[in-house]
Structures are given as C-alpha cells and as structure tokens.
Write a protein that binds this ligand. Structure first.
Ligand code: RP5
Length: 147
C-alpha cells in the first residue's frame, strides 16, 4: 500500500517535505504530486477517483489560502483523506485551516494543525498500522523514544 502526498502548488513543497520524510522513515511508499482544486480540478478528480484501485491507502493533501484540495479529493474517494492547512497569504493559514476542516456532513477530512505535515504522515502510518503489526510496533518505538 502507498500513500499520496498532494499539494496545491510547487511552492508548498518545503512545508510538505516533513510528510514525505516521515513516510520514508517508516518505509511507506510515497507518491508526491502537485495538483490544485482550482487550477487543475479535473486532474484532482481523476486522481482521487482512481486512488483506491491504484493501490493508495490514504491521501495527504496540503494547501494554503482557499485550501479546497483535501475536500475536493474527499469528494471523489472513500479513502482516508488527511488535510494539512498551510501557512501563508494575508491570513497566514487561518483561512486554510477553516477551508480544510469545515467539511460538510458525510464527506470527512481528518485535518491536522497548520503546517502539520509530519503529523499527517504519522496519522497515515497509524491507519496503515491497523493491519500491519510491524508498522504498529515501529510506531510504538518512535512514540516511546519521543517521550
Ligand atoms: C494554494 O494557494 C496552494 O496550495 C498554495 O499554498 C497557495 C498559493 O499558491 P501559489 O500562488 O504560491 O502557487 O492553492
């Protein structure tokens, strides 16, 4: 199983890098792509609609400002979607937080903190670890080492 790390702009890459690095730390295959709910909506719909059959277990979506990427992905898949609101712009992430977290009933997005890319990856690993005892053990070890 692999995890997608999507972002709305190439300019989001540095803020999403901790997600990619954390997934790599656990040996989880990552597919990192730039696509935008507003600039390339058809690509988002195509990717999300085929994500389950293409072997993805979860989709992490980082976007700033009017951050609709996670919601747009969630509209097209029942895979777990984890939203990362990104800082920047005049409102510095408050806009992205609200846009990402305030999803309508029936279409959930698990939203982490502003710029919380590492936690997004850890949550994705925790989802995979429900059926992967090795990943669960490594999560326990990492948690123990961090406290
Ligand atoms: C969002 O708008 C992107 O996720 C990015 O955080 C923000 C600004 O995008 P750029 O204008 O820098 O490409 O769609």
């Amino acid at each position: 199983m692999k995890v997608a790390v999507l972002m709305g702009s190439p300019n989001d890459q540095a803020k999403m890098a901790p997600a990619v690095a954390t997934l790599a730390e656990f040996g989880v295959e990552v597919d990192e792509r730039v696509m935008s709910a507003h600039r390339s909506p058809a690509a988002v719909a195509d990717f999300a609609g085929a994500a389950r059959e293409n072997g993805f277990a979860a989709v992490i979506c980082g976007a700033g400002m009017a951050a609709h990427l996670a919601g747009a992905v969630a509209a097209h898949t029942t895979l777990p979607v984890i939203g990362v609101p990104l800082s920047g712009g005049a409102l510095n992430g408050v806009d992205a937080l609200y846009a990402t977290v305030q999803m309508p009933r029936g279409i959930p997005v698990a939203t982490v903190a502003v710029d919380g890319a590492m936690n997004a990856a850890l949550l994705a690993v925790q989802i995979l670890a429900v059926t992967d005892v090795d990943l669960a053990h490594r999560l326990d070890e990492r948690r123990a080492a961090s406290t």
